[in-house]
Design a protein around this ligand. Structure first.
Ligand code: SAM
Length: 286
């Protein structure tokens, strides 16, 4: 029975988020749901599956999905990628948008906000260069809990130390009774929304830079291609895409071309110059 119940729970996660829990990764279920089981007094996964069928437990399915999502993140995760943004991407965008002095950036799958705030720090660290610019950083995630935490913007001692040196921590964050909060210099540039990357993208063509790092890893091929399609439609024709250091866009989309030897950074190929892909049947996001 437990095996069937595990498959039902994995199917629920897939239907709501596109994230796949293959049999090899099903061991995660017990660990990830342990807190929820304790909170709700649920004895085991079989009981959970029975409860999911009860109409009065309508919020339970979402709690299960939230618990199964991997929200791992930290400030300046894979710092070399942020160095690349500072060295290659931002100077390119500064030149291209010199007339409007406006930049829009989308962090898709932003978890609890550290990625968006790391981006904001790249701008705040160069006040003279970015004086007079309007920089909007939109962080989105499918997890309501992660988005709520990102909006709250209060980081524990453990979270603030992950990826930030003491100088940066003291320069851009204040310590309060409940944790560390970003200065207005950072928070005025970021906002957060709940959104599934498999749904229609926000503001088509508007984003100069899109980050979608460590999100596509557990999508199966059809959903990964669908997500790339959405990321492409959100990106300006001369914009940039950054995915995770261990991820690749090659073979999944013709809308982006590798920008350099470093994996993870791509340039948008304008739609009229990109060869048309043979898209597979689109899978449902649930
Ligand atoms: C491992 S975290 C990565 C966070 C950040 N991008 C980073 O690299 O540090 C993956 C995030 O993707 C989110 N996610 C998973 N499936 C998603 C989907 N279909 N749409 C939007 N976000 C999703 C998860 O909730 C989680 O917060």
């Amino acid at each position: 029975m437990s095996e069937i119940s595990e498959r039902i729970v994995a199917d629920l996660l897939f239907a709501r988020t596109g994230q796949q829990l293959t049999e090899a990764r099903r061991w995660r279920i017990q660990t990830a749901l342990a807190g929820l089981f304790r909170e709700r007094g649920i004895a085991n996964i079989d009981q959970l599956v029975c409860m999911l069928a009860e109409p009065r437990e309508s919020g339970l399915a979402q709690d299960v999905v939230e618990a199964l999502l991997n929200n791992e993140t930290y400030f300046f995760r894979d710092r070399l990628m942020f160095d690349l943004l500072a060295r290659e991407v931002l100077p390119d965008l500064a030149a291209k948008r010199a007339d409007t002095k406006r930049l829009a950036i989308w962090s898709a799958g932003c978890s609890t906000g550290q990625e968006a705030l790391s981006l904001a720090m790249l701008f705040a660290d160069q006040p003279e260069r970015w004086a007079g610019w309007k920089v909007d950083i939109l962080g989105t995630d499918i997890s309501g809990k992660a988005v709520a935490a990102a909006r709250r913007g209060v980081y524990s001692q453990f979270e603030i130390q992950r990826g930030l040196g003491v100088t940066q921590m003291l320069r851009w964050f204040d310590e309060g009774a409940h944790g560390w909060t970003p200065h207005a210099e950072l928070s005025r540039r970021v906002r957060f929304d709940r959104r599934n990357v498999l749904d229609e993208p926000p503001h088509p063509g508007r984003f100069d830079l899109v980050l979608c790092r460590n999100v596509l890893l557990y999508f199966e091929r059809a959903n990964r291609m669908r997500a790339f399609d959405h990321l492409a439609r959100a990106t300006a024709d001369d914009g940039w895409l950054m995915i995770g250091a261990g991820e690749t866009a090659s073979g999944q989309t013709t809308a982006f071309a590798p920008a350099c030897d470093t994996s993870g950074l791509y340039r948008r190929i304008a739609p009229d110059t990109a060869p048309q892909p043979a898209w597979p049947e689109r899978a449902s996001a649930g």
